[in-house]
Design a protein around this ligand. Structure first.
Ligand SMILES: [Zn+2]
Length: 275
């Protein structure tokens, strides 16, 4: 049995990015620890979801507990920083936000948890935080530094597979172009794809090392995502997605092993396997 610590920026990141991997780890007998840097205070609540006077951070802590229960998390911790909000927003300057935290200080705080767990495996984000959110970038910086301090042997970067996402969009575009009665819809999706291709999100498939097939956990993964009720309204695309589209979109979780270059070898499929 090993102990794995999954480090995330905000409530719901754990459900979307790594909950399938966490559930598989739990099912295999490993200890699963979830640490969140912030309580997601800058998220946009679904209209009418908060009670009078209820703080979003409080609600999101409770939602995270529900998600953690579904996943089977053995220990849930919050580092206690505040959500920095999207890049280039005023809240980035909040002195108590995670983005403004001193990396050494935050890493010390986090390393204490890693040491107390004798963590064998840690997941963080890639150096761009997947899509450039300041708190996600900070998870990378603080997580890597804390792993050094605590001597964690295996560190993985959780990210998106940009190659497969762009390929999928291309396939959808081709199908749409052949059948659609609306040129507008095609143009819209094409523009979206062009934007994504030009932007920096995720990592190229060639740089990834691990594809975790979480299709056996897909129902529970959906439940964990839906536990974050304040973020996912009834008309959210998560809820309206057809089951097979959901399974295709969320059925694989991608990682880069920081201590292994894959080259042209196949993807590894288990974060806990001895290499
Ligand atoms: Zn986030």
């Amino acid at each position: 049995m090993a102990t794995a610590v999954f480090f995330h920026a905000h409530p719901d990141d754990e459900a979307i990015a790594t909950s399938g991997t966490m559930m598989l780890a739990k099912a295999a007998g490993h200890r699963v620890v979830l640490v969140l840097a912030t309580a997601g205070e800058q998220g946009e609540p679904v209209e009418g979801v908060l009670d009078e006077g209820e703080l979003l951070g409080d609600r999101r802590r409770a939602e995270t507990q529900r998600s953690a229960d579904i996943i089977g998390v053995d220990r849930l911790e919050f580092l206690g920083y505040e959500d920095s909000g999207m890049i280039d927003t005023e809240t980035n300057a909040n002195p108590t936000c995670f983005w403004q935290a001193d990396v050494e200080e935050a890493a010390n705080r986090f390393a204490e948890i890693l040491r107390s767990e004798s963590a064998d495996v840690l997941t963080v984000y890639d150096s761009n935080g997947g899509y450039g959110h300041p708190d996600h970038i900070q998870v990378h910086r603080v997580g890597i530094r804390a792993a050094e301090m605590a001597g964690v042997a295996k560190v993985f970067e959780s990210t998106m597979n940009r190659t497969s996402i762009l390929d999928n969009m291309e396939a959808v575009l081709e199908a749409l172009a052949a059948t659609a009665d609306s040129e507008e819809a095609v143009a819209e999706l094409q523009e979206r794809r062009n934007e994504m291709e030009a932007g920096t999100f995720g990592m190229d498939q060639a740089d990834l090392t691990h594809e975790i097939d979480v299709s056996s956990m897909i129902e529970a993964k959906r439940e964990a995502m839906l536990a974050h009720q304040s973020q996912i309204g009834e008309d959210s695309f998560f809820l309206t997605m057809a089951p097979e589209v959901f399974a295709q979109t969320f059925g694989s979780e991608w990682f880069r092993d920081r201590s292994w270059v894959r080259g042209d070898q196949p993807f590894r499929t288990d974060l806990f396997a001895e290499s």
